[in-house]
Every structure is written in structure tokens, then in C-alpha cells.
Ligand binder design. Sequence first.
Ligand SMILES: [Zn+2]
Length: 590
Amino acid sequence: MALFPQQFIDDLRLQANIVQVVQEYVPLKRAGTTFKGLCPFHSEKTPSFHVNPEKGFFHCFGCGVGGDVFKFLELHEKVAFPDAVRLLAQKFGIALPELGDGDDQDSRRDAALRETLLKLHEMAAAYFTEELAAPAGARARRQLDDRDVKASTIEQLGLGYAPMTRDALLQRLRKQGFADNVLIQSGLVVRRDSGEIVDRFRNRLMVPICRDTGSIIAFGGRAMDAEQVPKYLNSPETPIYSKGRTLYGLNLSKAQIRASGFAVLVEGYFDFAQVFQSQAAPPVASCGTALTSQQAQLLRRFTTRTVLSFDPDAAGQGAATRSCEMLVTEGFDVNVVELDKGEDPDTFIRRHGPDSYRERLRSSQPYLEYLLDQAAAGLDLGQADNRRLFLNRMLSVAARIPDAAVRDQFGDRIAHKARIAEGVVRDEIRKAAVGRRTTVTAVEMPSLGSVKEAEKALIWWLINRPDEAMEALDDVDDADLEDLAAREVFQVARTLHDQAPELLPSTLIQRLSTMNAQLVTRIATGKAPPATIVSNCIRALKALRFDRERAAIQREIDRLQQLGAPQHGDEIESLWQRKKDLLHRIEALR
Ligand SMILES: [Zn+2]
């Protein structure tokens, strides 16, 4: 059967914002990170229809429908999948490809494209480096010098300069044999409305952004002139680059992070450059936005201790707060360092030196303590109303702390500060924590009953933390999946190893049967499962499997014993052994 190339469908799904599509039919309101509205597929007065733009799916808790953007069009326009694809392409003005003949070729083509893009970025980096050294780069060199960035640091960071030319990079890369469509996909050049292709970065200081392995996958460009906008221009998302999954500088700092047991999280490239150069501590940079949970997962491979060192201005505070809360939720140890007003790590180190900065890091405050101080500041806790206000503010934070001991400790600090009995606060926190977790089970549909908790948890992980869940799935055998109600979900997921993690949720949902897609969207729309780490789900699934095997052996033993033990003695004995062995394995998994 002729199919649309998977790459085309993936690209289309990436470009077609599901909220935008659904909103053509249903008014939606933002509710946290998702959107809510009245379900178009059943009649209701209070909204139970959810759309998750980040993961690219919708789900209705009222009637149970769910799926990706294609499924929405299929249901709403009452068309089959290929027509939903055509419709969506039309809506977004994207040309349909020639129909290909299958997946295999596509994935080979994807891999080849990614290879080519990596090579292209290497060439571009070489060009920017040359330009920085050339006469055209004199001003950029001076700016770096003004900021005390040494030549050795420039080299280590691979800094460069994009000159004020229309298409010098384009011409050069064309000469090196790169085709225009690949160049456009790299994001380093852009096609204007007039059709002409020009360089994206002009008159900018260029900062290569790397994977933690060191391959260059994108660039950040800082404006040279004060009136140049935007001040920072980044590569767009490409087949090799996803902003939310990249931590700037991890490639340079990772060994030091492991060795010192913590990382300093700074905001910008120059903060990074200065902390890195001074060797005050191993830095990584979030580059202006709040950390995503994928970035936390990335960092977790090297450490779970972080010190946040952000500019204490308002914008810095907003992103910093979100980053801190996310890291706490992910179980990180988070400290914050407050510099003086108007100072960032870059200016602080240049003014006061690395030793003073190291001193500030040493005296940094645990984030939770810092939060208590912030929340208590300006509140007269002698008044009962204020105490309640303070308690409520802190409860929502406390409820997110995954570790029970840390949670209780935090509770005691709240109690102390608000002068409320410790037991009362702990109880309140427990209630708040439970409230967060039982949301999923409270709304379960009857057919979910046969899906085990561990399966639900693993499904939740697959959608919300796809890279970790996929890694965990590597440890799963076919036998572990046998008899599971959601078996198909995991089997399909295992075929998606080549998918970029950000595309995995919607691809998975698209490939599943309607029933299983709805199971997945329902679970994924709910709150995080109680199992805090994904490997626990796998252990639980393995334990379930061993228990199934144990039950089968028990049935066989019962049958043989009924037939009369004497003639089956040896057989029964060996079955006992196997059963004992299984019990050990189950025990070991607990
Ligand atoms: Zn509905």
C-alpha cells in the first residue's frame, strides 16, 4: 500500500499545532500547560476535553475519545487517515510529497539527513571561526576582549563571527556541495517570501551549541550592536536540534560536573564563559528559558545536585522559579545563590574574582529554605490568616517533593516558621501529595481496571518522559509483556527507537489502535504515577510475569499431585525447584 513517508507525517505533525487546529472547531482555554474546552464529540456543560500542545494529543474524560491531531480531524471531519493528512497539509499550506513505498527507506533517508546536517554544522562553525579571526571580525574580537574572554576560552567554546553579508555562508556551503533544501533544513539559511535564500545570522557573535558528545547541532547568535534585534537569535528546531533537550555547555563541563558532584546552572553564554574560564565551578546554561524536564533528565546522567546562579532581576526570577520547582519535582538537590542587584555571574566574576564567586556558591541557600524566606517575607505570621496563606502557598511546593523524608523535613520547617504543630503540617502535606496522585485513578473508566498500575505508570512515562521510558523498555522481554492488557502499547513503542523523543508521544498514539490510543491519552492526561522512577515500573512488570509463571507451575503441581504423587515425584520436585527459583526472583525485585 502506498503511504505518505513517515518523515512527512512527522514534519507535518510538528508544524501543525494541535491547539491551533482544534481551536478552529472548539473554543479552548489555557489550563496550566494544557488547554481545555467543551468536547465536540459528546454533549457537556463543563469542559472535560483536554488538548496537550507539547505532546500533541487530545483527550476527553467525558466520552473517552483521544488521539493525535490526525485522529481529531478523522473524527471531526469523518474522514480516513490519508484524507486527514491531506486536510492538515492543506490547512498549513504544505505541499504533499510523492507517495513512497514504505518506512525502511525513510528511516535510512532520515539518518542520512541527520548525518549531513551534522557535517554542515561543522563546516559552518569553521567558517564562523575564520571570520572571527579575519579583519571583519575585529569588532567581535574587541567585544570579547572587553568581556575578558580569553583566546583559549574562545577556542574551547568554538566562538565565531557571522559577518554582515547577505549570503556568504550560503554560497560557501553550496560550493562545498550542500543542496539548498538541506541548507534550509539546517536553519542556517532562510528562504524569504520573495523566494531568495539568505543567511540567517548576520553581524552576530556566534556560539556553537553542542550535544553532550560534542557534535555541533545549532548556533546561538548574539547581536553586535545595541539596536540590533533580537539580542539573541538561535537556530530553529531542526531534525538534529531541539532546544528543550539541549543544555548549553554540558559537553564542556560534564567531566568536571561528575568529578565535583554538582553543576552550576547559569542563564547566558557569557555567564557560562566566565564561570567556565575562571574554573570557579562547572557550569551549564539554560539560555534564557526555564529548564524542561528533558534537560533535567540530561543533567541527571551527571549529577542531581545543582546550584542556580541567575541574575536576580524579575525575568531571571520567573524562569529561575520554574526551573527550581521542576528540579525539585525531579528529585534534584537545588541550591540558589543570590548575587547583588544588577550582577550576573559574568559581571560578578570579572569584578570580584573567582574566589569570591566560589565563596558565594559555598554559602548558597537550599532552594526550599530560600522559598520559605521569600514566602514569609512581608507576611506578619503572628496573624492566623497570614499563617494559613503561608501554609497554603508552601503546601503546593511540598506536595511535589518526591522523597518522603525530604518532604517531611520541609514540612517541619514550614511548621516552625508558621508556628503550626508539625503533625498538622505533615498531615496537610500528605493530603496535598495524595491529591496530586490520585487524580488518575479517581477518573478511571471501567475498562482500565484490567490495566495494572505498573502498566499505567509506564504508559505515563512513555508520553511524559519518552527517552527514559524507551531506555527502560530495553530491559523488557517479550515474555514480560505477555498477558498484559496494554501489551500493544509497549510492543509498538519498542518499534519507535529511531524516533526523536519529542515526536515519540504523538507517533505512538498515531500507530495504536483507537482503543489503545484512548487508553494512552487518558493515562497521559492524568497526573504523574506514584512510582517515582521508571525502572520501578519495569521491575513491577517483571515481578508480575514471574508471578504468572509461578501460578502456572503451581497449577501443574496441583494437577500432578491429584494424579498421585508417587509416579510424578521427580517431576513435582523439579517444578518445586522452579517455583522456588521464581519466588527468589520476585523477592529480588521487591
Ligand atoms: Zn467527549
